[in-house]
Design a protein around this ligand. Structure first.
Ligand SMILES: [Zn+2]
Length: 307
């Protein structure tokens, strides 16, 4: 047996081990099994806990089979992918106006959004020990973690409160929002895309060639544009009061519903992002086409690409 999977979420020390996450077995002794969860650091599990809380996770040369993940499987190489460090950039650009963008790129690439309703580990232990009863609390816990790695299992938006209360992990969280989900390889790709855009903005500092090689990216200076208005993005538009001015910059999503996924996020203007609203680019185009159908002049311009 090379891989196991936890049957429910439970705390180990001050960290959660999440339900349904495949774990690689690193070592086995009579009393302890050391596992590496796909979404976290290695953990030491007492044998009596291991026997109750884990079950075998099927695997072959390419995949581990984990039903809570998209397509019910995860490529084995995702276990070995490390996040890209922005420390070299922090050291060089700490005082440059682009720095908050680099930090936000890192945050968005690797971490799911917050959730204040998620139970804390200390409160979970009180609840499990009977110190705190569910009836004394209006609403205990939530299925979604408060900021976690983006390769926790996604929780379907169809998941109801009743489903959560009936599951074996309750009141512990069981995953992250579906739009926050991304495997480690995709997270690195998102960071690379965003770093490329940041350093391709007007007034961005030079990214030394050795760092471009290190990150596997190529910078074309003064080339990055906002897709909505077509204007070049100026790093000086990043105002201290975030999104307070017309041309401050923001992370825009081509389809807001699918979130920060590779190819779906770009650095654009706040005002342009507001104009797009909660609609995807595809939905906006569909609206334009519908309008043009009842307006021959507009349809002609659309066909000829004249605006
Ligand atoms: Zn714009």
């Amino acid at each position: 047996m090379n891989y196991v999977i936890s049957k429910k979420t439970f705390p180990i020390g001050n960290e959660w081990l999440c339900d349904g996450v495949p774990c690689r077995i690193l070592s086995v002794t009579e009393s302890t099994i050391i596992v590496l969860p796909m979404n976290g650091s290695k953990k030491s599990i007492p044998k009596e806990v291991f026997d109750i809380e884990f079950t075998e996770c099927l695997s072959d040369d390419t995949y581990v089979y984990a039903p809570r993940y998209p397509d019910g499987r995860v490529s084995i190489h995702e276990f070995d992918i490390k996040p890209i460090s922005i420390v070299p950039l922090k050291n060089i650009f700490k005082n440059h106006p682009c720095y908050p963008l680099i930090e936000k790129a890192e945050q968005d690439a690797y971490h799911s959004k917050g959730n204040i309703h998620c139970i804390k580990i200390a409160d979970y232990r009180k609840f499990k020990s009977g110190e705190e009863k569910a009836t004394t609390l209006e609403r205990i816990g939530d299925p979604v973690f408060n900021r976690q790695r983006r390769h926790c299992p996604p929780v379907s938006s169809n998941w109801t409160r009743a489903d959560f209360e009936a599951c074996s992990s309750f009141p512990a969280p069981i995953g992250i929002r579906a739009e926050d989900f991304a495997l480690p390889s995709e997270q690195n790709e998102i960071l690379r895309e965003l770093l490329t855009q940041i350093f391709s903005c007007v007034n961005a500092p030079d990214l030394p060639v050795e760092l471009q090689t290190h990150y596997g990216i190529t910078i074309h200076k003064n080339s990055h544009k906002c897709d909505w208005c077509g204007e070049l993005i100026d790093i000086h538009g990043l105002d201290q009061s975030y999104c307070a001015t017309v041309h401050s910059v923001n992370f825009c999503h081509r389809d807001p519903k699918i979130g920060t996924k590779a190819g779906n996020v770009y650095i654009g203007h706040c005002s342009c992002n507001r104009e797009q609203g909660g609609y995807s680019e595809t939905e906006r185009i569909d609206q334009i086409i519908r309008l043009a159908r009842s307006n021959p002049e507009l349809m002609e311009r659309l066909k000829n690409g004249i605006f």
